[in-house]
Design a protein around this ligand. Sequence first.
Ligand code: SF4
Length: 280
Amino acid sequence: MSQLDLLQGKSRLDISIALLRHWEPEEGYYLAFSGGKDSIVLHRLAEMAGVKFDAHYSVTTIDPPEVCRFMRTEYPTVRWEHPAHTFYWHVARRGVPTRRNRWCCDELKEGGGRGRAIILTGVRAEESPSRAKRGQVETCRRTGGRMLHPIRDWTETEVWEFIHAEKLPHPSLYGEGWHRIGCVCCPFENRVAKSIARWPRIWENVRRALHKMWADKLGEDREIYKRFTGPDDLYDWWCSRDRPYPPRFPQFREAERRFDEELDEWVDYDEQGELPGLFV
Ligand code: SF4
């Protein structure tokens, strides 16, 4: 039976369950779990479908503590995958992620499930135009590995209706006006002041990482040294989210060549002297 035949005339819920049963790999699914509403629904659907799966949470080190506690209590079987380095460690070497350069997803979030036959995700088309273009089943041309997005066509209303109908526990942050509960200082989060007020230490750690980066003259975007007066100025720009990237200081047009030479010297720096704890 083709996938199309399988899905005709069915409700969204039936379709998701039929997809999960249709594609079930012998070894079971790798279920990418985030503790958010979509992955809670995905987890429940996999249970309802009766398919084999193991759920994994990719720790980003800027996770909301409330969500971590929720997962430990409500989903104790989820396996936590820890990255080699913290988000702050990367910031101290690469700079802050932006909407155009969100290296942190690659480094901290999207590596899970390599080598597994099929990764299950809670991606939904409604979330963004780029997600809307994704197929329900995607195959990697290089590795042959697959991703299945069983709730791709669900609306947010349907997700919540399902959560309430099934009486599924969910993080308390949703009840406090947070619609997305991913990484605390994600470049896609615009309510920065509210976030800083709630998780001040996480934001302060980013500022400290930028101070370290600035002291060592590191970072992927070396233009920042010509456009910001210091790490605090860079941090404030990053927190503003809508302030345009500042123009170069006029004096750098004069001294640009010499400045680039100095930066070249700096990037060969000796990694000794690293702050203990925070950036490892
Ligand atoms: S901060 Fe945002 S862009 Fe970075 S890993 Fe988290 S979700 Fe992805």
